[in-house]
Each structure stands twice: as C-alpha cells, then as structure tokens.
Ligand binder design. Structure first.
Ligand code: SAM
Length: 280
C-alpha cells in the first residue's frame, strides 16, 4: 500500500536541492552530443499547483522554493539559471506551479535522447499521464516498479545513462533494495551516472543506504547534504541528501558553491556540506 503523495511536500527545500542537482546534471550532460538514456525511477505526478489542496495544506514550498524565487538575482549562475527555467514554466508572472523531476529531465531532451518515467501509485500515474511534458514523443511512461524496471533496461542502447532514484522511503527494506539494485545496475553499466536522493531524519536510516553503497566498493561518489533545520530528536525531515555516482567533471564544485549560496539565502541554521566519498 503506497500512502506517500509528493504533492504535500512539493517545492520544499529537499525538492529544490534535488532539482537543482538534476538541472545542473542535465545541462552538463547535454554539452556532449552522444545520445543519452534518462530514467526517473520514482517520478511522482509531475506538476504541482502551489494552490492545490495538498500542497497548500503544509505549505512547505514557503521554506523551499519561495525564498530562492524571491532572492533573484542571487549572484550564483546556477541558481539564477534554474530560476529562469522555473519562470519559463509559469503560466503568468508569479510563481504558481512547481514542476517535479519528470519536467526537470524532459526539458533537457534532444532528438537523440530518451526518458523513461516509472510511477507505481495509480493516482499519481493518472496525474503524470495527463501532464504535458516537453519532448513527449521521446518519453515512455511505465506503470511499474522503478527499481525492478531499471534493472530490466540495462545495459541500455545509448552510449550514456543517467538515473534519478528518488523513492518515498516508506518501506523499511527500501534502503536495502536500492543498494541491491545499484549493485546490479553498476555492474552492467559501470559508467552510469546515478543521483540518489535520501532524507536526513532523526532516525538516521540513510546510513543503511550509504554503508551499503560503500560495501559494494562503488567509487567516485559525491555527496551533498543540505541541512535546512536544526537536527533534533523530533520526527520530521531536517535535511536533504544526495549521493551522485560518476558525476560529470566540475559538477560537484559547481553544485557546492550553488548550495552554499542557497544555504546562505535560507539563513541560519541552514548549512551545506559537499564532499567526495570514497568506497572501500
Ligand atoms: N521524483 C519526484 C520529484 O522529484 O518530483 C518525487 C517522487 S516521490 C519522492 C516518490 C514517488 O515514488 C511517489 O510518487 C510514489 O508513488 C512513487 N513510488 C513509490 N514506490 C514506487 C516504486 N516501487 N516504483 C515506482 N514508483 C514508486
């Protein structure tokens, strides 16, 4: 039973962290002409009106995308470029819709590229199927389990593969399942670029994921953690984590300065830490 609905959290600081990385990653990948397969293993519903009942209820975008939107120009090229993309997606002058990962990936597609979107929740699938994405003819919508689906896709036909793994982390064994999937996928496509999002929660369950990745001897992992709030023993997300396998050249440095600027805009106690993490 899938209970999680991303609409309650759309545009929060974790979305901003993840989608900035996705934007910078796709921009870097499109500098080379060779064809690319993009995969979003947990796509969500694709588009989130900020006045929608779920998104309005928690209003998490007020601590996420809104302060960045209002701070423009930020003095950081990546943050400003991302905001320009976001502005181009709005029906009017104001910020009223927040696009999810399918849009951040689809907007970058060229003739030679392909995108596969996996979404398992029937309600979320219906929303996603109805959303108009750029480059729709090059996009496959799969109503299936994203991790198992990814495994059936590898090795891919294109020279390059980039994957976003962004589960809702609802199930206890999801951390182990992601590790096992990564192990099998990376064995078949050693050069795959994979971006895994993980929550920073007081229970610290993300260590299962990260220790698992380390024990597989995965190398060239760049980690980024944006802490938005003080870590206490109260339940709830206090920070957002990203582990990027095989990031393109200079992307970590670029992201690190954008995220440090973002944390500065958010103000204390927000902080960012980015570092290379070498497997054993
Ligand atoms: N990636 C989206 C974005 O950034 O806009 C947000 C995705 S949300 C965190 C996780 C999504 O995964 C939910 O929509 C949920 O229904 C879906 N989901 C949960 N289990 C899944 C599975 N096994 N395979 C595919 N999708 C799944």
């Amino acid at each position: 039973m899938l209970a999680y609905q991303h609409a309650y959290h759309a545009g929060n600081f974790a979305d901003v962290h993840k989608h900035l990385a996705l934007y910078a990653l796709t921009e870097a990948l499109m500098k080379k002409s060779s064809a690319l397969t993009l995969v979003d293993t947990h796509a969500g519903r694709g588009d989130y009106p900020l006045d929608g009942p779920e998104t309005r209820r928690l209003g998490e975008y007020r601590d996420g995308v809104l302060p960045l939107w209002q701070a423009q120009p930020t003095g950081n090229a990546l943050l400003d470029g991302w905001c320009r993309q976001l502005a181009g997606h709005q029906p009017g002058e104001t910020l009223s819709v927040y696009p999810g990962s399918p849009w951040w990936m689809a907007r970058a597609l060229r003739e030679q590229d392909r995108l596969t979107l996996f979404e398992l929740h029937p309600g979320e699938q219906r929303h996603l199927d109805a959303v108009q994405l750029p480059g729709e003819g090059r996009i496959r919508h799969m109503h299936a389990d994203g991790l198992a689906g990814l495994e059936t896709m590898v090795p891919v036909k294109t020279p390059r593969l980039a994957v976003l793994i962004d589960p809702s982390w609802e199930l206890r064994d999801e951390y182990h399942t992601v590790v096992a999937t990564l192990e099998r996928v990376m064995r078949k496509v050693r050069h795959a670029i994979v971006l895994v999002w993980y929550p920073l929660l007081p229970q610290g369950r993300h260590h299962v994921l990260l220790e698992g990745m380390k024990s597989q001897g995965l190398r060239k992992i760049w980690r980024s953690e944006l802490s938005r709030f003080e870590a206490t023993d109260q339940p709830g997300l206090y920070g957002s984590g990203l582990a990027m396998i095989n990031p393109p050249w200079q992307l970590p440095e670029q992201l690190d300065s954008a995220f440090r600027r973002l944390a500065e805009l958010y103000g204390s106690p927000a902080t960012h830490r980015g570092w290379w993490w070498v497997g054993e």
